[in-house]
Design a protein around this ligand. Structure first.
Ligand code: NAP
Length: 423
């Protein structure tokens, strides 16, 4: 019998210590020793995961002594899972994340053949992780293309399940594409070239509203001042235009007392009343200009899938690249944190790459658990470490006078700064 009621695993054993995070009336209830399932990842995954755990454990113990501790529990996906169990993504892994509600992962190789388009997509789909959340901020000292990268402190909430990523596509000339083209012609009076490939772009009211709700709750919890709906509704009226409309409606109907639109703010001389969140919208192409020209005017972006994909990476580039960009895929119930880069196979096992993305994803995780003191300790110590020029090769090659350290060397430096901050 499992120590964890209702958790049935077939391939590997449940953890021997720790307690499960549970849903509470107001979010999650976090015990002092929560079980945190983690997937090590492929390629550089083992290096950065080991490093991340060391830094996070150090911060938790510095912040809470022996009162609190994360109970890390390895679960499997990717190459390690295939080698052990002959499966890329065992059902146990999905069940474990569902059960324990908060998990973290390194990057995973996309298997060639075997019927899986991408393990990440399969995980998101199976667990209905409908929001991809990416906070982007600048670390002083990191080379960045903007004059004032420090003005960027923006969190992107990208819809994860719909839009042209829904996976509904037919190759040009296939029987399905021909049938679709003929249907459009005969039934809808719309003509397409017969040699067209076809993709479908669904955007639903349900998926849009739940994403906007999550962004609004986040703004309330973190005291953010504005949410910007990003869309291309001037052209795609019934998909992206509807996205804009449903987002505004969600704010107006469900968050009436705490939100104000730009039009409403105009009545107060454009001053947003104290305690209210400004809800505005921008057309996607203009938004790409805004993140370069006036990023300080934006706190949270809510976007459909494709634009969110582009915007997240463009923002990460504006502050110096993906090496320090954290992320999470979330549903109302589950939060799965991850490194945003890939497996960088040529550096596998070399203890070389920048662990910053995964460490900062774990910082997001600490915030999600409500362990703010530990989260602040890690962030501050990373600022100090990078600020003093101690960085991995990727940053060292662009920074004058930097001291290049290994992946684990970076962790050691961050841990030293944590110890100093805490003493
Ligand atoms: P990648 O693994 O992100 O690596 C591309 C380049 O980015 C690396 O060669 C390296 O640049 C730099 N880089 C990546 N991570 C870094 C880190 N932590 N520190 C410093 N530099 C880093 O992209 P890819 O080569 O296109 O993809 C490889 C595999 O990863 C593929 O199988 C892909 O499907 C998978 N992937 C997985 C995820 C995920 O699990 N979330 C995401 C993306 C891709 P330099 O060579 O210039 O040093």
């Amino acid at each position: 019998m499992s120590r964890f009621e209702g958790l049935k695993l077939r391939k590997y054993l449940p953890p021997e210590e720790g307690e499960a995070i549970r849903s509470g009336a107001d979010g999650i209830e976090v015990p002092d020793k929560p079980v945190i399932p983690f997937i090590e990842g492929d390629g550089v995954g083992p290096d950065i995961t080991k490093t991340m755990r060391k830094v996070i454990d150090k911060a938790v113990s510095a912040a809470y002594g022996t009162k609190r501790r994360l109970v890390w529990w390895e679960i499997f996906a990717g190459e390690k899972s295939y080698d052990r169990f002959g499966e890329w993504l065992p059902q146990d892994t999905l069940d474990a994340v569902k059960y324990f509600k908060v998990a973290i992962k390194g990057p995973l190789t996309t298997p060639v053949g075997g019927g899986i388009r991408s393990l990440n997509v399969a995980i998101r789909h199976n667990l209905d992780l409908y929001a991809c959340v990416r906070p982007v901020r600048y670390f002083a000292g990191v080379p960045a293309p903007l004059k004032h990268p420090e003005d960027i402190d923006i969190t992107v909430f990208r819809e994860n399940t719909e839009d042209v990523y829904a996976g509904i596509e037919w190759e040009a000339g296939s029987p399905e594409a021909q049938k679709f083209i003929s249907f459009l012609d005969k039934e809808m009076g719309k003509t397409l070239r017969p040699d067209s490939g076809i993709g479908v772009k669904p955007i639903s009211e349900h998926a849009t509203r739940r994403l906007m709700r999550m962004a609004l709750r986040h703004a309330l919890q973190t005291g953010k001042k504005s949410i910007t709906i990003v869309h291309k509704g001037n052209i795609m009226k019934f998909t992206e235009g509807a996205f804009r409309k449903w987002c505004y409606e969600t704010a107006a109907n469900e968050f009436t007392d705490v939100t104000v639109t730009e039009e409403e703010a105009a009545m107060y001389n454009r001053k947003v009343p104290e305690g209210k969140i400004l809800v505005k919208d921008r057309i996607a192409d203009a938004m790409f200009q805004q993140i370069l020209l006036r990023p300080g005017e934006y706190d949270i972006l809510v976007t459909p899938n494709l634009n969110g994909d582009y915007l997240s990476d463009a923002l990460a580039a504006a502050v110096g690249g993906l090496g320090l960009a954290p992320g999470a895929n979330m549903s109302g119930e589950i939060a799965f944190f991850e490194a945003t880069h890939g497996t960088a196979p040529k550096y596998a096992g070399m203890d070389k790459v920048n662990p910053g993305s995964l460490i900062l994803s774990a910082v997001m995780m600490l915030e999600h658990l409500g362990w703010h003191e530990a989260a602040v300790l890690v962030t501050r110590s990373m600022e100090e470490t990078i600020g003093s020029g101690i960085v991995t090769y990727d940053l060292a090659r662009q920074m004058e006078g930097a001291k290049e350290v290994s992946c684990s060397g970076f962790a050691e430096a961050v841990c030293e700064n944590i110890a100093k901050s805490a003493s």
